[in-house]
Design a protein around this ligand. Structure first.
Ligand SMILES: Cc1cc2nc3c(=O)[nH]c(=O)nc-3n(C[C@H](O)[C@H](O)[C@H](O)COP(=O)(O)O)c2cc1C
Length: 414
């Protein structure tokens, strides 16, 4: 009987344990978590979501405070179009985050950064260009472009000296999205080094509509593999979304996937950035507690626990401090929803906004509990302690369980 360890992901001569730990913003997939995956011979992702804020917490910089002070006069203005990111600050914060992580890297694996393109930051092209170029400057092994993938994004760093040596990958949820990307990218003569195919059971934003349940990962992977074979394209395919056991992973590797990307199992790792009490909420969740809704201002459905404090919160938009979801014109669906509720309830101090959420603020404060569809099974992966809480796990334990387990078994911690 095969197990994940019988396979290797090959990048040229380099052989990697075919397990990627997916990017989880904002700093849920911490450097510590990514470093463990790399130490164990796999691939870990850090995320560059809200990286100035991550830098403030990690390196005691004051980027968020400085930006808030700079735009203070605009706080009561519902027009946020003047709130821009200082590209020098963005570069500085990205370099700090990536450089410190790469300096600490041990082992044979790799560290990639997850760049969500839906973080349009009131200047989509310019900010994405700086994010990618600064990560390359600071020595990142690879960049995974996700959520909101723009067909021309590789072109933004075509002049960078590391354009051809760093690994560049994309996340898609259909063969059609991959076809479009490859067609558009053909003139650069720079194919993705890997393609992550994320199915409808994943955590975070979904690349599907509310009819996500009609799709399944194995079918999409088969379509992608067939397309690549027909076109004679040798691009490693990485399966993601709902892969809970080593046996689940092995079945995708046996189908022809080169690796798997997993995340939900690691949300309860000691190294994961979620606060300890939130990890317990993930453990306690039942299947009915996991919902897919449309409260993200990005327009993508998002999976989360229904007890997430972000749902219904009507806080004032915090774009002067954050503003990562401002589109190219300074708009955000949460600002519209918030202003509508304020106009409808002029005498109410604390309003509630049900249809959208201030995602920047709530992700920053770990109040938007996004999760994968298998979260309700986490409780079966650990011990319940005498006080009723669940034992958190080391990332090494979870990684090795994926790598070595057979027969759908999950190894319990000592
Ligand atoms: C808490 C959480 C946060 C996530 N955040 C992001 C993100 O910021 N960017 C991204 O591309 N994917 C994100 N994802 C998706 C994962 O990287 C991964 O592809 C997916 O969740 C794999 O499925 P699994 O969780 O069932 O293993 C997130 C997933 C979780 C569970």
């Amino acid at each position: 009987m095969k197990r994940v360890d019988d396979f290797r992901l090959k990048f040229g001569k380099k052989e990697i344990v075919p397990i990627m730990v997916g990017g989880m913003g904002v700093d849920i997939s911490t450097a510590e978590l990514a470093l463990e995956a790399a130490r164990l011979g796999g691939i870990g992702h850090i995320s560059d979501a809200m990286v100035p804020d991550v830098s403030d917490r990690r390196f005691d910089t004051s980027f968020v405070k400085d930006k808030t002070r700079f735009y203070k006069a605009n706080i009561d203005n519902s027009d946020k179009s003047i709130v821009k990111f200082d590209l020098g600050v963005l570069a500085d914060a990205t370099r700090r985050h990536v450089d410190a992580t790469m300096q600490a890297k041990r082992g044979e694996g790799l560290i990639f950064v997850n760049c969500m393109e839906k973080l349009t930051m009131n200047a989509p092209r310019e900010t994405l260009q700086v994010r990618m170029a600064s990560a390359l400057d600071a020595g990142i092994d690879g960049i995974t472009l996700s959520a909101g993938l723009h067909l021309g994004s590789f072109g933004l760093i075509a002049d960078h000296p590391r354009f051809r040596d760093a690994k560049l990958g994309i996340i898609v949820s259909s063969v059609r999205a991959l076809q479009l990307f490859l067609r558009k990218n053909a003139r650069l003569d720079r194919r993705p080094d890997y393609v992550i195919v994320e199915g409808p059971l994943a955590g975070g934003h979904l690349g599907f509509g509310l009819d996500w349940a009609k799709y399944d990962l194995a079918t999409i992977i088969a379509e992608v593999l067939l397309f690549l074979k027909t076109e004679q394209l040798d691009i490693p395919v990485v399966a993601a979304g709902g892969i809970f056991t080593g046996s689940d992973a092995t079945s995708f590797l046996e189908m022809g996937a080169a690796a798997v990307q997993v995340a939900t199992r690691f949300t309860v790792a000691n190294e994961c950035g979620l606060p300890a009490d939130v990890k317990q909420d993930y453990y306690r969740a039942s299947e009915e507690d996991i919902v897919v809704n449309t409260i993200s201002p990005t327009g993508y459905p998002m999976r989360m626990l229904k007890s997430t404090p972000a749902i219904g919160s009507g806080i004032r938009p915090n774009c002067e401090a954050y503003g990562y979801l401002l589109d190219g014109n300074g708009g955000c669906a949460y600002i519209d929803a918030y202003n509508r509720e304020v106009a409808l309830h002029p005498n109410t101090k604390v309003i509630s906004v049900m249809d959208k959420t201030c995602l920047c603020t709530h992700m920053r404060n770990f109040n938007c509990w996004t999760c994968g569809s298998t979260t309700y099974r986490l409780k079966d992966t650990t011990n319940r302690l005498p006080d009723g809480t669940y034992q958190t796990l080391s990332a090494e334990h979870i990684f090795k369980d994926y790598q070595f387990s057979v027969d759908n078994q999950v190894a319990m911690p000592a």
